[in-house]
Design a protein around this ligand. Sequence first.
Ligand code: NAD
Length: 295
Amino acid sequence: MSSSQSAPFARTAVIGVVGAGTMGVGVAQSFAEAGHPVTVVDPSDEALGDGECRLRQGLRAARLLRRPAPPAPMAEVAARVRWEQKPAQLGDAALVVECGPERIPVKEQILAEVDRVCGAHAVIASCTSAIPVATLAAGTGRPDRVIGTHFMNPAHLKDAVEVIRGPRTSDATLETVVTLLEGCGKRAHVVGDAPGFVSNRVLMPMVNDAAARVQEGTADAETVDTIFTDCFGHAMGPLRTADLIGLDTVLDSLLVLRETTGDARYEPCALLRDLVARGHRGRKSGRGFHVYETR
Ligand code: NAD
């Protein structure tokens, strides 16, 4: 690896995050807790304000749930994160993690902008749930420095990341990203490039099938999930998992899988479409397949 590419290993390396939603804030917290200055960019004022609140909630949760608890005081970690509206603020980032909506044209537009404003050696990672890295890299002038980092939700509490190596991702880019993730205490599981990679190629049709069983009246959502927790011993059933992800993101991921594979099994079922249309987006809106008391 060249000396110009060893800089990102430093704790002081600036990390950019695009999108202050569910994943963007968790990713920002993960890097800030590891000591990095982080710049979060989102065009929505509301998302930025909400993101700052959720970062504080996440920092409190990490101190309650994680053992050993993070050593740095909460205020010190929160002060490492800057909240900005314009991608131009990402010019000094060594790594930018894109956490925008799961739509191909939106992500292409974000990546083109990030590519334009970032330094030549910066690595661009996407937190996409399903879009192939090759598709995202093609619209940038640095396909060797584009990679997939599929963080799990909640990103600041999960210890592992599915890392997707695109056909043109370089060895140096992969090494940089794996090292940065390890610095955050996260294990990287590297997989090849394909729609939905491993995780969501398997999970999304399962969620869709589970929703279809509710739609057809075979069982209610509670019973479907209990079959998976009580009979199979899973930590969480597929419909509660979908509520945690966000039903809008699940719907978008299925649409991406339908488009990129051409396979009709990814066609989102009517119940899922209907819940999203009615604003029932899962935990983040208080209601999805299940009802939640608080956000
Ligand atoms: P979200 O809807 O919570 O957040 C998306 C954010 O992107 C919003 O704050 C929105 O204001 C912002 N945004 C919209 N247009 C933008 C633009 N042009 N530039 C910058 N920001 C923009 O979504 P999320 O759940 O955080 O998902 C983000 C990404 O992570 C998606 O690709 C999703 O598939 C993926 N992902 C989600 C989960 C999950 O469990 N939610 C898990 C892994 C990966």
